[in-house]
Write a protein that binds this ligand. Structure first.
Ligand code: SAH
Length: 350
């Protein structure tokens, strides 16, 4: 019988498992703490758990992490980044990037292998959609990278391969474990979910009172341009996204981030900045400008260029003069293709 990954099991599922097998329900919490708090993956070493339960667990579950098949490291004056190529148990590959910046160690996780969204500036969409990751595969990225660095990850961003809200059930299960202070313990305010704008799921998230930070990839100031860049805009156009963003409760520490990939001649004019100033308020959004990342050899992105520095600075200045907080993300990991939109399995085995 094939064993299930223990990382895919929620506390509720493990409780059921314990009860079904004649053990006390609270055994589930003990197992979870051994794994996520103590990082003990060998069931036989979980010393305060009855021996029969340990044996039972070992028969039913495995606790194997993905294999690190490659890493690439890069430093710059602000910090460093390390890109991991991870091999999953079915032979597929995913990537995660650890970004060290000031006193933060942020892990950029993947939520899917490939992506269905079809954004024309993003290399992951060029892969097509292979499959969703399981909750355990999302959590395993953190466990693997932390294990490799022996330093705690402080922040998590769902900005790797895939659209997290297109695989929200698994993302949600992983988030419960990642943010539980008895388990991995990264507070929701240190976790950012980046989305191309799947409004139906976003609204649900809001209704459920989740405290994760939200980043929305807007990337255009008008529907004509956004339709061309992001097919999802036909379903959830800019005015609907703007209404949602403007209706969110916000505080100085919890504004919606608007991500905006700057592409030369496509969305980098002052006019575009002006439109966004008209659409949003500095009290509830901040901008994250991302000059297009592109591998010089990319055939997929051959028609797109990064704007020059002057254009970027003028765009930034226009927004900041209107009172918005603006950061420019010169993607960490740019030169190792670990920058935004460039995460793609380099070994295709599917
Ligand atoms: N699907 C999610 C998360 C993955 S992409 C989303 O769309 O938000 C993470 C960020 O990288 C997004 O803001 C996206 O707009 C940006 N991005 C994608 N391709 C890029 C590229 N080639 N250069 C710069 N940023 C890119």
């Amino acid at each position: 019988m094939d064993k299930d990954s223990i990382f895919d099991k929620s506390i509720e599922r493990l409780e059921e498992y314990c009860v079904e097998n004649g053990f006390k329900k609270y055994g589930a919490g003990q197992i979870m703490r051994w794994i996520y708090s103590n990082r003990v993956f060998d069931f036989s070493k979980m010393s305060d758990i009855p021996k029969t339960l340990r044996e039972n667990l070992a028969k039913k579950f495995h606790a194997e992490l993905p294999e690190i098949t490659d890493t690439q490291y890069e430093t710059d004056e602000g910090g460093s980044s390390k890109k991991y190529l991870l091999k999953l148990s079915d032979g597929n590959y995913i990537e995660s990037v650890l970004i060290n910046y000031k006193n933060r160690r942020t892990l950029c996780v993947s939520s899917q292998i490939g992506c269905k969204m079809g954004c024309v500036y993003c290399e992951t969409s060029n892969l097509g959609f292979i499959r969703n990751l399981t909750a355990g595969e999302i959590i395993s990225q953190l466990l693997t990278v932390e294990n490799d660095n022996s330093e705690k990850i402080t922040n998590v961003v769902f900005m790797g391969m895939g659209e997290p809200l297109d695989n929200f059930k698994a993302a949600e299960e992983s988030l419960k474990i990642i943010s539980d202070d008895k388990l991995i313990g990264i507070a929701p305010r240190k976790i950012t979910i980046s989305t191309c704008g799947l409004l139906n799921v976003l609204k649900n998230l809001e209704m459920n009172g989740y405290k994760y930070k939200i980043a929305i990839s807007l990337n255009a100031s008008d529907n004509f341009t956004r339709n061309m860049l992001m097919p999802v805009n036909k379903k959830f156009p800019i005015e609907k996204l703007a209404a949602f963003i403007n209706g969110r409760k916000s505080s100085a520490h919890n504004k919606t981030t608007i991500e905006y990939v700057l592409i030369k001649g496509v969305n980098d004019r002052i006019e575009n900045a002006k439109k966004m100033i008209g659409m949003f308020s500095p009290s509830n959004v901040k901008f994250n400008l991302i000059p297009l990342n592109k591998d010089e050899n990319s055939l997929f992105l051959k028609n797109f260029e990064r704007p020059d520095e002057e254009t970027l600075n003028n765009f930034k200045l226009k927004l900041s003069k209107a009172g918005f907080t603006v950061t420019v993300r010169f993607s960490k990991g740019g030169s190792i293709n670990g920058g935004c939109g460039q995460l793609r399995a380099k070994t295709r085995c599917f």
